[in-house]
Design a protein around this ligand. Structure first.
Ligand SMILES: [Fe+2]
Length: 301
């Protein structure tokens, strides 16, 4: 299977319109090249606005790929808590996070993309992890977003997998149905050895603060579990760069710089061939103007 991996779309009609153009370019590339599956690993919305998810759903529909056999996605910290877009947002961010109903946000996200999860096995009570089998591939979609906490997670960008989710992931990996499948984890957070390796898209001050607060707590334990469960690939984003690396014989792909890459005319993805275990970065220049896709608000989440 040829999987096109993109991440961190950070869609936002008000502040980041170029991200919409880049996303469209990537979807067009996916369709034109007839890849088998598209994976998006979170931060679909920049500011946690469900309308941005609905917008992506409309884009997928408009390209004829809103289909569970063609697209799988997971949730990012910006989808739940949003981010900082103006200087004033820095001041209001903590109270905004405190007022966010985390579980409701996860439910809304799942509902907006419900058609992509139909026939998959969701978990009780947190919906994630989800097991979705497409042909010879088993996608295990996990939620790595930690709850906001003034001290432990002040920028809402750290990750954690709850103990309930951990045992549900373990249960999925022991499911005999996926024994002979290529097993792929979809995570938002990265598994770097050193957290300073990671970068984000904000101003340099915010960036230097955030890169120390983007870690996934308990990642060693998770990698051990993945290794025991014979996971082949882990696809993620969160840190805005394009790279692949290996841990315990598992190939990791980070497509976090698909859109947010300091170049207004460049978007990227990572092409993963599950048969040859090949991982290849794809860079696409925005050389042509695309007609703007108009969005009418839909309130069905
Ligand atoms: Fe993120």
């Amino acid at each position: 299977m040829k999987i096109f991996h993109i991440s961190d779309l950070h869609l936002c009609k008000l502040y980041k319109r170029n991200n919409i153009i880049k996303t469209r370019k990537l979807l067009k590339h996916f369709v034109e090249n007839k890849y088998d599956h598209l994976v998006i690993t979170g931060d679909i919305s920049d500011n946690g606005n469900p309308e941005d998810w609905v917008y992506l759903r409309k884009l997928l529909l408009s390209y004829g790929i809103y289909d569970k056999n063609l697209v799988t996605l997971t949730i990012g910290n910006h989808d739940i808590y949003g981010g900082v877009q103006t200087a004033l947002d820095i001041l209001s961010f903590p109270s905004r996070c405190l007022n966010t109903d985390y579980l409701l946000k996860v439910k809304q996200f799942y509902n907006v993309f419900a058609d992509l999860f139909i026939g998959s096995s969701a978990s009780f009570p947190n919906l994630f992890p989800v097991l979705k089998v497409v042909n010879d591939v088993a996608f295990i979609v996990i939620n790595t977003i930690d709850f906001y906490g003034k001290i432990l997670n002040p920028f809402a960008s750290n990750g954690k997998v709850s103990s309930t989710d951990y045992s549900n992931i373990s249960g999925i990996l022991n499911n005999p149905l996926i024994k002979d499948k290529v097993k792929i984890i979809l995570s938002h957070h990265h598994f770097y050895k050193n957290n300073v390796e990671s970068t984000s898209s904000y101003s340099s001050i915010w960036n230097s603060i955030e890169k120390h607060t983007m870690k996934l707590r308990g990642k060693k334990k998770l990698i051990k579990l993945f290794s025991k469960g014979n996971i082949n690939f882990v696809l993620h984003g969160h840190s805005h760069e394009l790279k692949s690396y290996e841990r315990k014989n598992i190939l990791f792909s980070n497509a976090g710089a698909a859109i947010d890459n300091l170049n207004d005319n460049l978007c990227s993805g990572i092409l993963i061939n599950t048969i040859s275990a090949n991982i290849e970065p794809i860079n696409i220049h925005l050389s042509e103007d695309l007609p703007f896709y108009s969005l009418k608000p839909v309130y069905n989440y």
